[in-house]
Design a protein around this ligand. Structure first.
Ligand code: GAL
Length: 813
């Protein structure tokens, strides 16, 4: 019986293009042009193809059909025999079509029975499928499928074979398709079962294929995934070198001689220097080749001038270019000094950082690259110079943008565990990220109960070793929230001690350990609601005067002051740059997202933005005034007014009349109680006896019209580029009305709306669709182009009852 089945299977296999390849090593006939000697198409045989488009999606699980009977059971266990929705032949034609990145959890409703920590939304299981056609000319190439991140757990099948099990939302899944691929007319079938229920973090984690998916075609002798390590170093004698270490893999049938050709390209793309090395690689094996480039007087990379070089690594086989990879390179030195804090390029630089989760209004965790860049631009405007990717590996696009835009990054591991499965994830993180000049710290954990124990110490030792074997240029840290005075604790195993919320122990620890460099890895945890000026525990609102904070935290002002005044502290990582879903502390239902952000979930400024901007921007005057000046009904009553500025003094005038002139306290700002009278409240900032800044809040009239302000004037017509549009209601004089709460409806032509938000943590309005209310004067609609849409105009129209509609036009190029 079984023998008969095997024969049948064998016959089927020969008919399958995937299995019918000849094997020259066994003397079988070779295809007409053997791929291993075929000339590569261009300078490199590598193609990197984005597979974000054209997925099919099914929300909910699809149980596998039960198997009964001897033969069916036997057959069901064989390669290629996956069943149910994982099967090659499964009919998914009724499934929804969509493009990635995609977060299916954010599409769902809010539910009071769901987990507040993760944003009160049902998660569950979902399936994705996609086909992929490969040219017969791809036969013989090394083919790899890369999922940059799938939330949370995933199983992947290709052509009916299970090819990956993933248990982390924050690590890539790479699948070698080479042996099982179909070429020509028979499509390859990719099926992914995603289980979003497992909890990996205590914040909103979303669900689905929320990062990019790629197909990488490489020549038979190639650079393996994350196989180039080329991070510039300054030698003790002052010379700059770029040691390049390249891991070459081969699927050829015989050993191959390979030449490594590496070039350093300057920020304009010109070759500065190049070098070579050679070696050989055995079949189905890897080999490491090394070359070193010496560079005289490179332009340095810094947060203010992120001069970005790149390293072009080529593999040549038989003198012909085979594979090529370009990686970012920044020439910079870094040093954490136990007394003087952080030095970038031998100059002291206070770290003005924020912690962030990947989560945005309307989109959940599925952020197009352009939205990641938008968020980083918001952080630049804040004066922020560092990002902590709390508490997990960031998406690659974030590091690329940080390199380009000039941010320092504390790159964090998720699970505190040194066992092989998790050690592999840590190694992956370091291998993927070690060329990015932005990365200055590897963080192995956040707030672990074992931090003050021998076990914690032993785990950190092991994890630090894993990191250092792969990159010895950045220190290892951990975000420690206790136990650091215990006889054995993790501070004894890190290079830089990261403190979460330890204001009271900064000095004590530094005095006890004067040789240990110290940074805040997390601080503040102050909470405020954008545009609200009184805390109302019944309505789940938090005054935005920087008076509310969690018991372990401090106000924005106190947290920064404690760091700014201590030179031995490298800097701050404020919790958080932006609000994120989940952790609605101190509230529960209906509040579904956090209020920790310096900005809300849309990236709109809260008061904390002005506070930090006044402290973190050093090259221009900053002056802001809060709150708004629309207090009808409160005439004559005192209103608390605050100014945040880097000026020496601030003069406040109401309707031209001097209220008072006050010296600025850079940490605290300036506060007045001003009896309300409608009109114009103006702050005048003076430095060195000169007026250098003015800020005005004015009583507005009733809203009469909508206004739309796109973040960018043009977008790429590639179906990926996206931009937020700011939505506000304005009065007859065109002044935004800060109290407007109108329901707005949108229509779009020449693109699509991918998300809507307004920063209201208590709102349960859907985040997809075509409507959203203003919240305290603001809403955001996020639009994306369509593929092939270039030359058109993307037009969004907004309408609200009683207001003149508005249209925004964005050129699609
Ligand atoms: C910290 C933790 C963060 C966040 C924050 C809220 O202890 O590291 O992830 O939960 O508290 O205040």
């Amino acid at each position: 019986m079984r023998r008969r089945d095997l024969l049948t299977l064998g016959a089927m296999a020969m008919a399958s293009p995937a299995l019918a390849q000849s094997n020259p090593a066994r003397g079988e006939a070779q295809p007409a042009s053997p791929p291993s000697t075929a000339a590569p198409a261009g300078p490199s045989g590598r193609e990197t193809i984005l597979l974000d488009a054209d997925w099919r999606f099914h929300r909910g699980d699809i149980p596998f059909p039960k198997v009964r009977g001897d033969s069916p059971t036997y057959e069901s266990t064989k390669a290629g025999a996956a069943r149910g929705a994982a099967a090659i032949k499964y009919d998914d034609s009724a499934w929804r079509g969509l493009d990635l990145p995609h977060d299916f959890v954010v599409e769902g409703p809010f539910d009071p029975d769901e987990n507040p920590a993760q944003g009160y939304r049902p998660k569950g299981v979902a399936w994705y499928r996609r086909t992929l056609t490969l040219d017969p000319a791809d036969r013989g190439k090394h083919l790899e499928l890369v999922f940059e991140g799938v939330a949370v757990n995933a199983t992947v099948w290709v052509n009916g074979d299970v090819v990956a099990h993933s248990y982390s939302a924050y690590s890539a899944i790479t699948v070698d398709l080479t042996a099982i691929a179909h070429y020509g007319d028979t499509p390859n079938v990719i099926a992914v079962r995603v289980d979003a229920d497992p909890i990996e973090g205590w914040w909103y984690e979303g669900g689905g294929l929320y990062r990019h998916v790629w197909l990488v075609k490489r020549p038979p002798v190639h650079l393996v995934a994350d196989g180039v390590y080329a991070h510039p170093r300054k030698r003790d004698d002052g010379r700059w070198v770029v040691p390049v270490e390249a891991t070459i893999g081969s699927i050829a049938d015989t050993a191959k001689a390979a030449t490594l050709d590496v070039a350093l390209l300057d920020p304009q793309g010109r070759v500065v220097v190049h070098g070579q090395a050679s070696g050989s690689v055995a079949p189905l094996d890897t080999a490491v080749l090394r070359a070193e480039l010496a560079v005289a007087a490179p332009r340095l990379w810094s947060v203010d001038d992120p001069a970005l070089y790149s390293v072009r690594t080529r593999v040549l086989v038989d003198g012909q270019p085979a594979d090529e990879l370009v990686t970012p390179a920044g020439f910079r030195t870094q040093r954490f000094d136990p007394d003087k804090g952080f030095f970038l390029n031998d100059r002291p630089l206070k770290i003005q950082g924020v912690c962030i989760h990947q989560d945005h209004a309307g989109l959940g965790v599925a952020l197009p690259d352009s939205i990641i860049e938008f968020r980083l631009r918001r952080l630049k405007a804040l004066g922020c110079n560092a990002i902590r990717s709390s508490h997990n590996a960031p998406t690659k696009a974030l590091l690329d943008a940080a390199d380009r835009m000039g941010f320092l990054v504390m790159d964090e591991n998720r699970i505190f565990n040194a066992s092989p499965d998790y050690a592999r994830l840590l190694s992956w993180l370091v291998r993927r990220d070690r060329n990015h000049p932005s990365v200055i710290l590897w963080s192995v954990f956040n707030e672990e109960p074992l931090q003050g124990t021998e076990a914690g110490y032993q785990l950190v030792r092991r994890m630090a070793k894993i990191v250092k074997d792969l990159d010895d240029t950045r220190p290892v840290t951990a975000a420690i929230s206790g136990g650091m005075f215990n006889p054995v604790n993790v501070t004894q195993a890190v290079d830089v001690v990261g403190f979460n919320y330890q204001i009271k122990d900064y000095d004590r620890f530094h005095a006890a350990h004067p040789t240990l460099p110290l940074t805040s890895s997390e601080d503040t945890s102050a909470i405020m609601t954008r545009g609200e000026w009184a805390t109302d525990m019944k309505r789940n609102l938090l005054a935005a005067y920087d008076g509310e904070f969690r018991p372990w935290g401090a106000t924005h002002r106190a947290a920064w002051k404690a760091i700014a005044e201590r030179p031995f502290l490298a800097g701050a990582f404020v919790w958080t740059g932006f609000d994120y879903r989940g952790e609605p502390q101190p509230f529960t239902w209906p509040t579904a997202s956090s209020s920790f952000g310096i900005m809300d979930l849309c990236g709109f400024e809260k008061t904390a933005f002005y506070i930090h901007q006044s402290q973190w921007v050093h090259d221009r005057p900053v002056l802001h005034l809060v709150p708004h000046w629309n207090w009808a009904g409160r005439e004559g009553q005192p209103i608390k007014v605050m100014a945040f500025t880097n000026c020496d003094t601030v003069e406040l005038r109401l309707n031209g009349k001097l209220v008072s002139r006050q010296a600025n306290d850079l940490y605290e700002g300036v506060t007045w109680q001003v009896p309300y009278a409608p009109g114009r409240l103006e702050a005048i900032g003076v430095t060195g006896g000169k007026v250098v800044a003015r800020a005005v809040v004015e009583t507005t009239g009733a809203p009469v019209a909508l206004r739309l302000t796109p973040d960018r004037a043009s977008l790429a017509g590639d179906g990926r580029d996206a931009a937020p549009i700011r939505v506000e209601a304005v009065d007859a004089k065109g002044r935004p009305v800060p109290t407007a709460q109108h329901a707005v409806r949108f229509a779009i032509e020449g693109g699509r709306i991918i998300g809507l938000g307004n920063g209201d943590a208590n709102s349960h309005e859907p985040e997809q669709g075509d409507r959203r209310s203003l919240y305290n004067g603001l809403a955001q609609v996020i639009v994306q182009t369509r593929k092939g849409g270039s030359g058109n105009v993307l037009a969004v129209t907004a309408q609200a009852q009683g207001l003149k509609p508005a249209t925004a036009r964005i050129a699609v190029t």
